[in-house]
Design a protein around this ligand. Structure first.
Ligand SMILES: Cc1ncc(COP(=O)(O)O)c(C=O)c1O
Length: 182
């Protein structure tokens, strides 16, 4: 069964852009890095990968005559932010259950057996912003950026490769980490 066989309620601008990160690539001096910008995929509450998924969930909810979207997530959840915004956009009610959690887990980077702590992501969030003006947050995209920078820097990713970095959103969480950048 192909994804095209599922009903979809259009919420996105279209395919999200892909563009080269020229200054970050030059700074790293290894494999060139491109970015797929799911953080710019719609005009709905900063977008992100969950808005793409919601195109399908909302179509299903509307087809079933639902009047309210109900979901759950942690404090600062990107998912619940997008559920609430999409509910507003399509005229549905919304009920969110929020779990509180300590939002400072160590990132386990198990592919090559290294452990990166979240604080490392702070430096890499800063580098992506300084070289590209691209906003990432230390919870999700900052960690994948930290991994990418580490792998390119150590030539674990060979310079002859071309890297596509998937930016899935989550920038609003950056505001909660101002202490990292003072
Ligand atoms: C900003 C952001 N990046 C990445 C992810 C991970 O996405 P997935 O679980 O679809 O791989 C999430 C999921 O919560 C997210 O909110």
């Amino acid at each position: 069964m192909s994804i095209g066989s599922f009903e979809r309620y259009p919420l996105l601008f279209g395919p999200s852009p892909v563009h080269p990160l020229e200054r970050l690539s030059a700074h790293l001096g290894g494999a060139p890095v491109w970015a797929k910008r799911e953080d710019c995929n719609s005009g709905i509450a900063y977008g992100g990968n969950k808005t793409r998924k919601l195109e399908y969930l909302v179509a299903d909810a509307l087809a079933k005559g639902c009047d309210t979207l109900v979901s759950i997530g942690g404090v600062q959840s990107n998912h619940t932010r997008q559920v609430a915004a999409v509910a507003a956009r399509v005229g549905l009610g919304c009920l969110l259950l929020q779990e509180s959690w300590v939002n400072w887990p160590d990132a386990v980077y198990d592919k090559v057996g290294n452990i990166l702590i979240s604080r490392l992501a702070g430096a890499d969030v800063r580098l992506a912003a300084r070289t590209e003006g691209m906003i990432t947050d230390p919870v999700y995209e900052g960690k994948s950026m930290a991994g990418l920078i580490d792998l390119i820097g150590r030539r674990e990713i060979e310079p002859a490769s071309t890297v596509l970095y998937a930016h899935l959103g989550g920038q609003p969480a950056l505001n909660a980490y101002s202490a990292l950048f003072s």
